[in-house]
Design a protein around this ligand. Structure first.
Ligand code: ADP
Ligand code: ZN
Length: 815
C-alpha cells in the first residue's frame, strides 16, 4: 500500500493528513483528490507520497478530481514555502495556484432507505415534520440538504434528517457541488455537403418554395468557415426548424464550439513600435541585458534588479524592452501592478507592443473570464500576464521574467486573509525556483528593498532623468505651503494662497489639476465642541465618518451607520462639528471657488461598479474634467500627461501615526503625488500644504530627495531595531468577549516568553499584548502583540496557536 500526504480544503487546517492510496487509483504529487475528512468529503492536493503511513490508522483517498497533476513541482515548492514562511494552512497556499472556480464544497443528498407509502404503519408513527421531509425525499431520486433547508429551515432540516437517519428511513451520500464556472460554448453552423450537393439542394428548395432554407445555404456558401448561429441570425431571419430541416438532409451541421470570454475584448489597441532608448535607458538596459538575454547563470541566486528611477524616467519602457528580449529568447513574463484600477493603463501600453499576446488576471473579471483567461494562459497562448499580486500565480509556462511595478506599494501584501504573503518576496522565491529574472521598479523604493540593493543582494539600476515630450526635464518644482501662516493671515479655507493662485492659473490656461487627500468621507469624525463627545461605532469602537451625500455617520470598518443628529447625545448641545476633511468637502470647496471648473472625485465610494475606474480615468484623460480629487489611488503610478498642477491638501495626515512605517509611507505618497505633475508638454508644479513644514519627510519630498530620506530613515530603523534590521511578526487574537480576549492574548505572550527562555538561540522580544488600534471589529474584540528579532517567527513553529489567532509575518503596518 502507498500513502499520500494531503493538504485538505478545510478552513484553518494547518497539517498535512495521511491517506492510503487504493490500488485502483493512480496518484501523483500535485494531484487534486477527494478525501474523507471528519464526516465530510473534501478536496485535497497531494503534497507527498510515501511507502509508509505517517499515522496508525489511515482512511483511503475517495477519488481523483483531475487526471493529471493540477500543480507543477515548482508551484508545489512555492506553495510549501508560502505556507511555511507565513505560517499559513497548506491548502490556503496551494489554492493561490488553482484554477478559478476549482474550489467546491460537498453537498449532502438524501434518499429513501426503503420503499415507503403514505398511510403505512411507519408513516403514521412519524411526527408531522418528519413526515413532511419524507414526502419531499420520496418525490425524487435524491434530495439535497439545501432544498430541505429552504423547505423547513436550516436548523430543522438538520435535526429532522438526523432523526430519520437514526431510524434508518433515509440514507445520505456526499457529493461535490457542481462546478460554478465551466467553459463557455456557442453553437456554430457550417456546411457539410460538397458544392454540387448544395447547388442541387438549392434548386430543389427553390422549386418547393422553401426560400428560407435556400437563403441559409446561400449565406453559408459566402462564409469562409463555421459561424456562430447568433451571428448568422443578425444577417437573416431563420428559425430553428429551418436549421433542423437542413441538418436532417445532412447539408449543414451545428456544433458547440468552445469560445473565450476575453476581458480585453472591449478595448482596442494600436500596435506601436518601441522608441529608441535614451542614453540613460541604454545604460540601464546594458546592466540588465546579459541576465535577461542569456539566462540566469547561478540558479541559487536569481538576478533581482532594483530599477530605481524617478517618476516618468522611462521605467515602463525598460520593462517592455526586457519583456521583448525575454519573449525573443523563447520565454514569457509576468508584470505585477499595485492596483486593479491601473490595469487598463498598463494593458494598453503592453498590448500595443505585444498585440494579442497579453492576458490579464484579477478579481474584477467575471468568474467566466477568470476561468477562460487562466486556461488561455496555461495553454501557452500569451507571452505576458498583467495583474495585481494574484497574477503572480498565473499558470504561465516558461517563466523568464517577473516585473513588480511600484514595488514599494503595500497592496502587494495580502493582509486581510490567509495566506498573508508579500507578492514581492514570493516573486523572488518563484524566480529562484524557475530560473527567472526579477525587476523591481520604483521611484521611491521600499526601505527594505533599497537596503538590500545597498548590501549587494539586489542589483541597483538607476534612471535619473525624467523623460517628457520636452526631452529630459527636471522634476516639477515643489512649494511647501505653511498652513499655520495661512491661519494667521485669516485664511480658513482648505486651500492655501499659493494653491489657490496656482489653481486659478492652471484653470485659466486650460490645464489639468489633481488634488490629493489621504482620506475618504467628508470628515473623519463628528465631535461636540461643548462636551467633547465623539460618535463611535458601537461594534468597532472607531470614530464614525460623516458622509454628506447620505447625511449619515458611517463606520468604515463594518459599514454600521446612523443618521446625523443635530444635537449631542451626551449634553444635548447644538455644537456638533465635523473635524477633518474628505474628498467630498474638497469637491464642494473647489466648485464653490471655481464654479466653472469641471470636477471629478475618485475614491472607493464613487468607484464601485465594474470598469468604473477605467471610465473615470479615461474621461479625465480625455479632458472631460479639469480637476481630479482623489485619495491614495491617484498616487499609484498614473500617467496623466495633461496634469500640470498637483496639490496635496494635508501632508500631515499619517505623519503622527503610531507606526514605524508611517514616515516611509508619507514620503512615498508625497513623492508619488508630486510625480504626477508635468509629465507632458508643459512643466509641472506641486504644492504641499502642511502644518509641519520643518518635518524632514516633508522637506525631503519637496526636494524629491529619496536618498536623503533613505539615510535618515535607515538610521532610525537601525537604532530602534525595526525592519530591515529585524523581522516583525504580528499576532492578533479576536474574541467576542473582551475579558477572554485579553486573557488569551496574555496567556500566549507568556507562553512565547517561556519558549524563548528554553532556548536562547532565538533572539527576539515581545511587544505587547495591547488592544489593537481598532479594539473591536465586526463585533469582536482584538488584542495584538508583536515579535521582533532577527528570526522572530521561528519560535512560532514550536507553538500551536488555537483558533482565533492570526499570524502576520512581515506585516506592512503595526496598526
Ligand atoms: P515611468 O514608468 O518611469 O513612470 P514611462 O516609461 O511611463 O516612465 O515614461 C515616461 C514618459 O516618457 C512616457 O510618456 C513614455 O512614453 C516616454 N518615454 C519613455 N521612454 C522613451 C524614449 N526612449 N523615447 C521617447 N519617449 C519615451
Ligand atoms: Zn463598526
Amino acid at each position: 500500500m502507498n500513502y499520500a500526504g494531503v493538504a485538505v480544503n478545510s478552513p484553518g487546517s494547518r497539517s498535512i493528513f495521511c491517506y492510503a492510496i487504493p490500488p485502483r487509483l493512480n496518484v501523483n504529487i500535485g494531484q487534486a483528490v477527494w478525501v474523507p475528512f471528519g464526516s465530510r468529503i473534501v478536496q485535497g492536493i497531494v503534497r507527498e507520497l510515501s511507502g509508509e503511513p505517517a499515522v496508525e490508522e489511515t482512511k483511503e483517498i475517495a477519488g481523483i478530481i483531475t487526471d493529471l497533476p493540477q500543480l507543477s513541482p515548482t508551484q508545489m515548492e512555492v506553495a510549501r514555502w508560502i505556507s511555511e514562511y507565513y505560517f499559513a494552512p497548506p491548502f490556503d497556499a496551494l489554492s493561490l495556484m488553482l484554477p478559478p472556480g476549482f474550489e467546491r464544497r460537498p453537498i449532502t443528498w438524501f434518499q429513501l432507505a426503503a420503499p415507503y407509502s403514505i398511510g403505512s404503519q411507519t408513516d403514521l408513527s412519524l411526527a408531522s415534520e418528519e413526515r413532511q421531509v419524507l414526502h419531499v425525499v420520496r418525490g425524487k431520486t435524491k434530495t439535497s440538504l439545501p432544498e430541505l433547508e429552504i423547505a423547513i429551515g436550516a436548523r430543522k432540516a438538520r435535526q429532522i434528517t438526523d432523526q430519520l437517519l437514526d431510524r434508518r428511513l433515509i440514507t445520505k451520500t456526499l457529493e461535490p457541488e457542481p462546478p460554478r464556472v465551466k467553459p463557455k460554448t456557442l453553437p456554430y453552423i457550417r456546411l457539410i455537403a460538397d458544392r454540387q450537393e448544395i447547388e442541387a439542394a438549392k434548386a430543389r428548395l427553390d422549386k418547393s418554395r422553401a426560400y428560407r432554407q435556400a437563403e441559409l445555404l446561400e449565406f453559408l456558401i459566402r462564409q469562409t468557415g463555421p459561424i456562430p448561429v447568433g451571428e448568422m441570425r443578425k444577417h437573416l431571419t431563420c428559425s430553428p426548424a429551418t436549421i433542423k430541416e437542413l441538418e436532417s438532409h445532412r447539408l449543414v451541421s451545428v456544433e458547440r464550439v468552445r469560445v473565450r470570454r476575453d476581458p480585453l475584448a472591449h478595448l482596442s489597441f494600436t500596435p506601436s513600435p518601441p522608441p529608441s532608448p535614451t542614453s540613460s535607458q541604454q545604460a540601464a538596459w546594458e546592466s540588465m541585458e546579459d541576465a535577461i538575454v542569456n539566462g540566469v547563470r547561478r540558479p541559487d541566486r536569481p538576478p533581482v534588479f532594483l530599477l530605481f528611477g524617478v517618476t516618468g524616467s522611462g521605467k515602463t519602457e525598460i520593462y517592455l524592452r526586457a519583456l521583448a528580449k525575454t519573449v525573443g529568447a523563447g520565454k514569457r513574463g509576468i508584470c505585477l501592478i499595485p492596483e486593479i484600477a491601473l490595469t487598463r493603463q498598463t494593458v494598453e501600453r503592453f498590448a500595443s507592443r505585444f498585440p494579442g499576446r497579453v492576458a490579464v488576471l484579477h478579481s474584477g473579471l467575471s468568474p467566466g473570464e477568470q476561468f477562460d483567461e487562466w486556461h488561455w494562459i496555461a495553454e501557452g497562448n500569451c507571452d505576458v500576464v498583467i495583474g495585481p499580486r494574484s497574477a503572480l500565480f498565473a499558470p504561465l509556462p516558461d517563466l523568464g521574467l517577473i516585473i513588480v511595478d511600484e514595488e514599494h506599494e503595500w497592496t502587494y501584501k495580502q493582509e486581510d486573509k490567509s495566506p498573508r504573503y508579500h507578492a514581492r518576496d514570493v516573486a523572488i522565491r518563484l524566480a529562484q525556483l524557475s530560473g527567472a529574472v526579477v525587476i523591481l521598479g520604483s521611484a521611491t523604493p521600499d526601505i527594505g528593498s533599497f537596503h538590500k540593493a545597498q548590501q549587494g543582494e539586489y542589483q541597483l539600476v538607476e534612471l535619473k532623468e525624467r523623460i517628457t515630450p520636452r526631452g529630459y526635464s527636471p522634476l516639477p518644482e515643489v512649494t511647501v505651503a505653511d498652513m499655520r501662516e495661512e491661519l494667521k493671515a485669516g485664511n480658513t479655507s482648505l486651500f492655501s494662497r499659493p494653491l489657490l493662485t496656482a489653481m486659478k492659473d492652471a484653470l485659466a490656461q486650460g490645464e489639468q489639476i489633481i488634488l490629493f487627500l489621504n482620506r475618504r468621507g467628508t470628515a473623519t469624525f463628528v465631535r461636540c465642541r461643548s462636551c467633547g463627545f465623539v460618535f463611535r461605532c458601537p461594534r468597532c469602537s472607531v470614530a464614525l465618518t460623516y458622509h454628506s451625500a447620505e447625511k449619515r455617520l458611517i463606520c468604515h470598518r463594518c459599514r454600521y451607520s446612523i443618521p446625523v443628529s443635530p444635537t449631542c447625545p451626551r449634553c444635548s448641545g447644538r455644537n456638533l462639528r465635523s473635524l477633518g476633511i474628505g474628498t467630498q468637502r474638497v469637491e464642494e470647496e473647489v466648485t464653490h471657488i471655481f464654479p466653472q471648473a469641471r470636477v471629478l472625485r475618485w475614491d472607493k465610494d464613487v468607484v464601485t461598479r465594474r470598469y468604473a475606474h477605467e471610465e473615470l480615468l479615461k474621461s479625465f484623460r480625455d479632458r472631460k474634467a479639469d480637476v481630479l480629487i482623489g485619495t491614495q489611488m491617484i498616487a499609484k503610478g498614473l500617467d496623466l500627461p495633461e496634469v500640470t498642477l498637483a496639490g496635496v491638501i494635508n501632508a500631515d495626515t499619517g505623519l503622527n501615526f503610531p507606526d514605524f512605517r508611517s514616515g516611509e509611507r508619507t514620503f512615498q505618497l508625497l513623492c508619488q503625488v508630486a510625480g504626477r505633475a508635468g509629465r507632458g508638454v508643459k512643466a509641472g508644479k506641486v504644492i504641499i500644504q502642511t502644518y509641519s513644514p520643518d518635518n524632514y519627510i516633508v522637506e525631503a519630498a519637496a526636494r524629491h530627495d529619496y536618498l536623503g530620506f533613505y539615510h535618515k530613515e535607515i538610521d532610525y530603523r537601525r537604532r530602534y531595531n525595526y525592519p530591515p534590521f529585524s523581522q516583525l511578526v504580528r499576532l492578533v487574537y479576536s474574541h467576542v468577549n473582551e475579558e477572554s480576549c485579553r486573557h488569551e492574548a496574555e496567556r500566549v505572550c507568556r507562553l512565547i516568553l517561556e519558549e524563548k527562555g528554553k532556548e536562547d538561540a532565538i533572539d527576539f522580544n515581545v511587544i505587547g499584548p495591547v488592544p489593537a488600534f481598532a479594539l473591536r471589529a465586526r463585533g469582536r474584540y482584538r488584542w495584538q502583540a508583536f515579535l521582533r528579532g532577527p528570526d522572530a517567527s521561528r519560535v512560532l513553529s514550536r507553538l500551536d496557536l488555537p483558533r482565533g489567532w492570526t499570524i502576520d509575518v512581515d506585516p506592512v503596518g503595526m496598526v
